[in-house]
Design a protein around this ligand. Structure first.
Ligand code: GDP
Ligand code: MN
Length: 362
């Protein structure tokens, strides 16, 4: 599961990794208020789960709150790498002197975490690896031994930093490993880690959590009071209304499927509720498919469809959706356009979900 940059930075901050001052905005007005509060020039960054936003026009600057508002408006109407921009991170603009790369991932061949740093940050590390591999310094980490300050200093020593930045960067590397290890990450990356006039900061954050470990990483998957009961099956269920949620589980059972949970998202669930529901359900280690069963009344299927499209980034189990009721045509069209399987009939949808849960289990 990929985390958004702003979520990654929240985690960094909790671990003492310095991040630029800033907040996330969902509307141009909100961006304006954040820029006012910051009282500096700002950088506005589209929150999508794709790298290379800078090059694609997803990172922009503004020197006044008014400009921040108009830039945010532009970003919020953009599609980046196929994803609609729903949120924009508004941060103090730093005066950057140098950009460094720091990342930890799992080397599958070695079966160990590998720490990589480079003085050539800000660009794709793959690019550096191809062009000038000698500029990347690496170190394998034995997770049973851990990662110690002297190891961090050794890694940082190739970067050609002055002594003050060297200390700060080494400290960030140490804390980045703690994030990687304690959050069960497959990737924890800061690109760029910047040396700025204002200090050393993680200017970007990329964290990928191992989905098999999500069950013990509940920091991400709290539902806000939505009634949720965990079960033992492989079909995650997201349903509006408690009665329909019960009969969805019964139907799955009756047709030979095993529900993984009970979850009632209630009426009028927007993209935020849908995101939390998807994260919560996908976090169950046994879930192989997510069955979203919506009976439109006050709840409009097209609105739910938009919520699903906005919320499904980074969720890996396939989705099967059943829409019946208010605005079902619009809802179905929206999802089919995006390649998501959707049915009107509950039995047909349930059968499809069961089929998919079995396919994935093989
Ligand atoms: P990515 O392209 O998706 O990886 O987005 P990043 O967050 O890494 O930003 C891309 C680039 O924008 C960085 O490499 C920096 O060069 C630039 N950038 C980001 N934040 C700032 C800032 O506060 N000040 C300045 N001057 N440049 C920034
Ligand atoms: Mn980056």
């Amino acid at each position: 599961m990929n985390l958004y940059e702003y979520q990654g930075k929240e985690i960094f901050a909790r671990y003492g990794i310095p991040v630029p001052r800033g907040e996330v905005a969902s509307s141009p007005e909100e961006a304006r208020r954040i820029a006012e509060k910051l009282g500096t020039s700002v950088v506005l960054k589209a929150q999508v789960l794709a790298g290379g936003r800078g090059k694609a026009g997803g990172v922009k600057f503004a020197s006044s709150p008014g400009e921040a508002e108009s830039v945010a408006k532009e970003l919020l109407s953009m599609k980046l790498k196929g994803f609609k921009v729903e949120k924009v991170l508004v941060e103090q603009k730093l005066s950057i002197r140098r950009e460094i790369y720091a990342g930890i991932t799992v080397d599958r061949a070695e079966g160990k975490p590998i720490f990589m740093v480079s003085g050539e940050g800000g660009v794709d590390i793959e690019e550096v690896a191809e062009r000038s591999p000698e500029k990347i310094f690496t170190r394998y980490i034995d997770p049973f031994v851990g990662f110690y300050p002297y190891m961090a200093r050794e890694l940082a020593s190739g970067l050609g930093l002055d002594s003050e930045s060297f200390k700060k960067v080494s400290d960030v590397l140490l804390k980045l490993y703690r994030v990687f290890s304690e959050k069960d990450a497959q990737l924890a990356e800061i690109n760029p880690l910047v040396i700025a006039d204002e200090g050393v900061f993680a200017a970007d954050a990329k964290i990928v959590i191992d989905e098999d470990a999500l069950f013990r990483q509940d920091f991400e998957v709290k539902t806000r009071g939505l009634p949720y009961v965990e079960l033992d099956g492989s079909i995650g269920c997201i349903v509006n209304g408690a009665g329909l949620a019960m009969s969805t589980m019964d139907t799955l059972k009756h047709l030979g499927g095993e529900p993984a949970n009970f979850l009632d998202i209630g009426g009028g669930a927007g993209s935020d509720v849908m995101r939390e529901a998807l994260l919560k359900v996908a976090a169950h280690p046994k879930v192989r498919v997510i069955f979203i069963n919506i009976l439109g009344g006050i709840t409009r299927c097209d609105e739910i469809a938009r919520g699903i499209l906005a919320a499904r980034q980074g969720i890996s189990p396939p989705l099967v959706v059943r829409f019946r009721g208010t605005n079902e045509e619009e809802g179905i069209a929206l999802l089919r356009d995006a390649g998501i399987e959707v049915e009107r009939d509950m039995i047909a949808a349930a059968k499809l979900a069961i089929e998919k849960s079995k396919e994935a289990a093989r």
